[in-house]
Write a protein that binds this ligand. Structure first.
Ligand SMILES: [Ca+2]
Length: 481
């Protein structure tokens, strides 16, 4: 009874005490919630969760526990590898368009530890697709693309590896060229963390531009350039070929092929490409002509094309009325309508106005293939062409083997053009002495006869052609040869 009485007396106090305790605990939890998360004592949170069974408090506790986990003090962060910044190059020595030396610069920024090493690898771009795609012979690869690879240990500009930030610069000298180069940089910090970055140069010439030097001296040397292969003209159509192209059966649109041609040509004195425009196998095939146009445009878009001149070679196969003996006797303008259409097309294309199109006396030059087969109203035809565009025509007139037995006719032909050529292809015609063995004598004889006593001439050599320009009408162009 006493115990019951005691319990009865004490019960209200216990109830009040429990309520007070719950309120205090709720207040404590509320206080904790209002505090910055990292100040919460995890042990206290766990204690509260174990002590209290009230669902509402338990929920609050769990919520805070998750929050505490999110905002817990960060674990120690692993430093990042160093960063390579502003890797760049610039030419340091250029002679006649050839870059011999380049200067490379970059900055390295370490995250925590000092930089302890830096290395640079300078190596040619890989062009082994010439072997797989063009059929270049593997043994020719390193004959064409010389393996000029350098590995250079670098030291900071301030001389010491002692900082998280180091600057580097180096000069690569006497570059072989003939390729694009990769410049790869590798750096390391004192904890062994590494970083690598790579850039690529444009095509760097192998040879100095000797063609430019000759042009400046008034000598123009041209080589034929065929914008045909393999589309629209497959290489296979040329088989069997007596020679291997070092580059294989290349694509004339390939920028490396174009750069190699310009580099090798100008490096050996050529300063002009005589681009074959028109051939009898593309007559009346507009899509083929369009392809040739695109191939020429690929040439003109190449960065090296600004280091050489060019002009177009014109094939007159579209002229009507050719006789069985191969002669075109021009009698009326309907026969040369095709020539006018072609020149109109070229003029509207804008090709003559390209700054690298060869001009003599301010006129765009064209080579008139088979001019020696034209008789009759040649002057009238060329006058009609002049009304579309004033062209300086080099007539394909004189063959080394030609006998000038009718000089009157030949001299009249010459007067129709502002220049004429001696096609020296006869040297490979399988004839006996004297022409085949005394080619130079035969050539000099032809020049003496056909040169007509020109004193100041342009001398344009087009592979198998010597082109002669009559005595300049104006003295404002290079005229010595
Ligand atoms: Ca330093």
């Amino acid at each position: 009874m006493f115990e019951c009485r005691m319990a009865k007396d004490v019960k209200p106090f216990i109830t009040i005490g429990l309520i007070v305790l719950v309120l205090v605990l709720v207040g404590v939890v509320g206080f904790l919630i209002s505090q910055p998360p990292r100040q919460i004592n995890l042990t206290l949170t766990e204690t509260l969760r174990k002590t209290l069974t009230l669902r509402s408090v338990d929920t609050v506790t769990i919520t805070r526990t998750i929050t505490v986990t999110e905002f817990a003090p960060p674990t120690k962060k692993e430093p990042a590898p160093p960063r390579i910044v502003n890797l760049s190059w610039e030419p340091a020595r250029i002679v006649n368009d050839k870059i011999y030396d380049i200067r490379v610069r970059f900055l390295v920024i370490g995250d925590r530890d000092p930089i302890v090493s830096a290395k640079l690898v300078f190596k040619p771009e890989d062009y082994r697709y010439f072997i797989t795609r063009y059929g270049m012979r593997p043994q020719d690869y390193e004959i064409v693309f010389l393996n000029d690879t350098r590995t250079i240990d670098l030291y900071p500009v301030d001389g010491v590896f002692d900082s998280t930030i180091e600057e580097f610069t180096t000069t690569i000298q006497n570059i072989t060229g003939g390729v694009e180069y990769k410049i790869k940089v590798m750096v390391k910090d004192s904890s062994g963390r590494e970083a690598t970055t790579e850039i690529k140069t444009p095509y760097i010439r192998q040879y100095e531009n000797l063609g430019k030097l000759l042009y400046e001296k008034g000598v123009i040397i041209a080589a034929n350039y065929y914008p045909l292969y393999p589309d629209p003209h497959p290489w296979e159509a040329l088989e069997p070929m007596a020679v291997h192209h070092l580059l294989g059966k290349y694509d004339v649109r390939d920028p490396i092929v174009i750069a190699r041609k310009i580099d090798m040509g100008t490096g050996h004195g050529v300063n002009c490409f005589d681009i074959a425009w028109h051939f009898d196998w593309v007559i009346d095939k507009p899509h083929v002509l369009q392809k040739i146009k695109e191939n020429i445009e690929a040439f003109l878009q190449n960065p090296l094309s600004s280091q050489i001149y060019f002009f177009l070679d014109y094939d007159p196969s579209g002229i009507e009325g050719r006789r069985p003996d191969g002669i075109w006797e021009l009698k009326n303008s309907t026969q040369w309508k095709r020539v006018l259409d072609d020149i109109k097309f070229l003029n509207s294309w804008g090709i003559f106005d390209n700054p690298r199109y060869l001009k003599i006396y301010g006129k765009p030059v064209m080579y008139f293939y088979e001019a020696q087969a034209m008789i009759g109203e040649v002057d009238e035809m060329l006058r009609d062409v002049d009304n579309v565009r004033d062209i300086l025509w080099i007539g394909d007139l004189v063959y080394t083997l030609s006998e000038p037995d009718n000089e009157t006719i030949q001299q009249k032909k010459m007067l129709s053009y502002e220049g004429w050529s001696d096609w020296v292809g006869s040297w490979y015609i399988p004839l006996e002495d004297p022409v085949n063995y005394n080619f130079v004598i035969a050539l000099e004889r032809a020049h003496r006869i056909w040169g007509g006593g020109s004193s100041k001439i342009w001398n344009i050599v087009c592979t198998y052609c010597d082109a002669w320009i009559r005595k300049p009408k104006k003295p404002n162009v290079p005229s010595s040869s």
